[in-house]
Ligand binder design. Sequence first.
Ligand code: PMP
Ligand code: GLN
Length: 390
Amino acid sequence: MSTAKRLVPFGTTIFTEMTALAQKHQAVNLGQGFPDFEGPSFVKDAAVDALRTKPNQYAPLAGVPELTGAIASLWTRETGLACDPRTDVTVTAGATEAIAAAMLGLVNPGDEAILFEPYYDSYRACVAMAGGTPRFVTLRAPDFRFDEAALRAAFTDRTKLVLVNTPHNPTGRVFSRAELEQIARLCVEHDAIAITDEVYERLVFEGEHLRLATLPGMAERTLTISSLGKTFSLTGWKTGWSVGPEPLTRAVRAAHQFLTFAVATPLQRAAAVALGSPPSFYDELSATFRAKRDALCDALHTIGFRVSVPQGGYFVMADFSTLDLSRLGLAQGADDVAFCKALVERVGVAAIPPSFFYEHKAEGRTLARFAFCKRDETITEAVKRLTALR
Ligand code: PMP
Ligand code: GLN
């Protein structure tokens, strides 16, 4: 009898594992990245309205015209790049499906895909599902920059694509213009495709979110992926999209039509309403999250963690090797998995052990990833519990 392919170390994702452990130990869950508060009423009301007053049958494969049109016009307004919603936009079941569809539609067995590690775990699994070969470029703590020579060395004559996530999960890096220019130059030189995962595009606290697609030579070779989940605190809606030139969009749709075919129709209509938000909505969002970041980072620092303060996104990476681990019943030198397990069991706070995001596990061994997309009370309660480590 054949058994399931092993796409992740446990058989289920580390997020699922940690959330189950958090529930079991009644821990404060700073593990899986989802807000413990609701998204805005105007978006939920738009969904209810669509559900009640508009047809609830299959949406077109590429998405409902209201949403593909809204995505295309926002894209053109923000980037100055042309975008035809009929040929350049695809609505998917979250960014997760867009990533999978892009990999399955673009990568042939034998093709190489360059991933920066630590990576969002689905990238590695999707390259495997497509039969491709992953190559890794390491972002090293504490500043999580990449070495240009290492990136250059990762490109070969088999490189099909490079996947760039900015703002980055789990490190919180917002890639600089210089870094994106290095990536762009190598893509052009090697005639490679870039896939960018920009789900945290509106959560930028330091620096500026730059889109790789806008750099010279990149518009024709970049597929940009985003979703509603993070920007509108509606992670359960699983409504995402990709934007890219017709040949790349054709590849995404080739897979998407057999993965899900189409995405929940009323949620797409509500997503179109959400994307009509004024810039002040995004300013408020990032100010709110910046305050949460500051509260958690300051507390972790005071407790004694070595904190890599994130420039964007939902997460902070903190090095625990500076703490007295005997408080957790651990020997000094315990790894991230042991640390996070003891933390949830003994302190009642769940975090994610980042070695799951690394091919070179040792790079993540002294780190823990904490999510700050939580109510202020939740962060305060987590900090109160974590103070036991001081
Ligand atoms: N990319 C990154 C970097 C993420 O952190 C996540 C998960 N939150 C996703 C993609 C998945 O997004 P979605 O929920 O829209 O599928
Ligand atoms: N993106 C979320 C995180 O990084 C998890 C989403 C999931 O559970 N797949 O924590």
